[in-house]
Design a protein. Sequence first.
Length: 278
Amino acid sequence: MKRRSLLKGMAAASLGPMLASCSIDSDTANKRKLDNIGIQLYTVRDLMEIDVPNTLSQLANIGYREMEFAGYFNHPPKEIRLFLDDFGLIAPSVHTNTQSMRETPEQLIEASLDIGHEYIVLAGLRPEERATLDDYYRHVDLITSFAEKCQAGGLQFAYHNHAYEFQDLEGVRPIDLLLAEVDPLLMQLEIDFYWVLKAGVDPMEYLEKYPGRFPLCHVKDMAVDGSMADVGDGEINFSELFSHDSSGLKHFFVENDYPIDSMASAQNSYSYLSKLNF
């Protein structure tokens, strides 16, 4: 694997040789742009809690076309679908949790079909759910059972990572366990580049090892101090990450967990990504 720069500037040094610099061709003639920029609505949750249709309208006016939900803010699924249709938006995916997967799988699948989701994504595991490798093995059973229900309903299950899946636990990276133990037809991945790099791992190691397994991604940037930043204001080299055709990335969702001004953050990130060549 060639050495490459996934972080810009001084922050690359903290992640070691895997982030060693490489030259980036300034000629954009044969490069591509993102044509389906989306946003994880957790970024603007403060506004969604106040006014869902107005928030969706503002995001559509910025230029976003794909929404990823993390709850429906007390609106029934069919009403959410009407809001999306009104503003020319689609919602390929929704985040969920293990409790909903275990206790209300049919309702979750029905809501997803009403709205038009293609993917139901497990957002992550609580600390008490991931203390040991045995915990992960137990979740393999839950994931498999729920993913089979999704598949029967015409949906695809996916798993969204944080840093902890890429950190050794009893000598194993939990993400490796999940990828090995769950049928790839049942579970795909939503790679969160920020969290993989936060764990000190090269995301391309996984995109190249498991081509086509990562149809969704979270696009959040990393400031020099390691905190989250608006896309383009941080150190992550997204041009390099997006440039590999074999990765299978299809859906790109901007996310910032802790923006100072959530709509301004959404605007800043979209402005950067809409001009990005790779």
